[in-house]
Design a protein around this ligand. Structure first.
Ligand code: SF4
Ligand code: SF4
Length: 261
């Protein structure tokens, strides 16, 4: 199981209480006039998925590399097999998110999936034998300072997921999650090193991945239709979905891409 938003549990004030989501609805409302406004946008260990980075770098008019250099830090913590990209908090007393302002989130329409789903959390696990489907489990995340649960507004989980635009994020994030939570073998140490580099490029440097497939003999070796080539040339989301398919082939040897005869 892996939660998309990881928390700094070491800070007493920032202590978060997870409980299993029961039933269908929850009472919660967040708005600009609430006394705790913006308090949740600091001191976070916020995992950025490849799709989060795609949305954010385009929002900010940066290349993937520029965004990764400026706004993230990468950690490698065992037993995880792949590096994890975290949003770097500002170097100020509050350790605030770099995108928070007195008026709220400055990149709201492109905020990461973890911010969208909050105050819920979603844990997922690939279903064995069916790598395109994941099991999901929901949590409620109650922080001491969050007053949103005291507001008189009830909504269903489905309404929340739809209202926060999570379907689009989950479509890509679930494919990525099934890669990073896979326990399929990746070969010896030197193969693992090369595969980890490939993983990072395909997930977090789409411009470089695009050059890798379009400016090499890639399409001479793999059977990709002209329609699909056109789609991945035009849409970065399609490119990322293709990259995630490619990773299943190149990391684990799955038949997600056909070799030309
Ligand atoms: S702490 Fe809760 S209610 Fe307050 S701004 Fe954050 S999400 Fe909204
Ligand atoms: S990205 Fe926006 S919503 Fe998420 S922590 Fe930063 S300011 Fe808050």
């Amino acid at each position: 199981m892996l939660l998309l938003l990881l928390w700094d549990m070491t800070n007493e004030q920032n202590e978060k209480i997870f409980s299993k989501f029961e039933g269908d609805s929850f009472k919660f409302r967040c708005h600009k006039d609430i006394s705790c406004f913006n308090e949740c946008c600091a001191k976070l260990k916020l995992v950025l998925t490849p799709y989060d980075v795609l949305r954010l770098k385009n929002r900010l008019g940066l290349s993937s590399e520029e965004f990764i250099d400026k706004y993230t830090e990468t950690t490698f913590e065992k037993p995880r097999r792949f590096p994890i990209v975290l949003l770097k908090m500002a170097d100020n007393e509050k350790q605030s998110c770099p995108f928070v302002s007195p008026e709220g989130c400055t990149i709201y329409a492109d905020r990461p999936g973890a911010c969208r789903i909050y105050p819920l959390g979603r844990a997922t696990k690939a279903i064995t034998g069916n790598d395109n489907t994941v099991e999901e489990e929901f949590f409620v995340v109650k922080e001491k300072h969050c007053r949103g649960f005291e507001e008189e507004k009830t909504r269903s989980k489905a309404e929340w997921m739809q209202g926060e635009g999570l379907e689009e994020y989950n479509e890509v994030n679930d494919k990525w999650l099934s890669i990073i939570t896979s326990n399929k073998g990746m070969g010896d140490e030197s193969a693992i090193l090369k595969k980890t580099q490939m993983y990072f490029m395909a997930c977090y440097n789409l411009e470089k991945f695009k050059a890798f497939i379009f400016k090499s003999s890639f399409f001479g070796h793999f059977d990709v239709s002209d329609d699909e080539k056109e789609q991945i040339a035009q849409s970065e989301k399609a490119l990322l979905l293709f990259a995630l398919n490619w990773l299943r082939f190149s990391l684990f040897g799955e038949q997600t891409i056909r070799i030309k005869c």
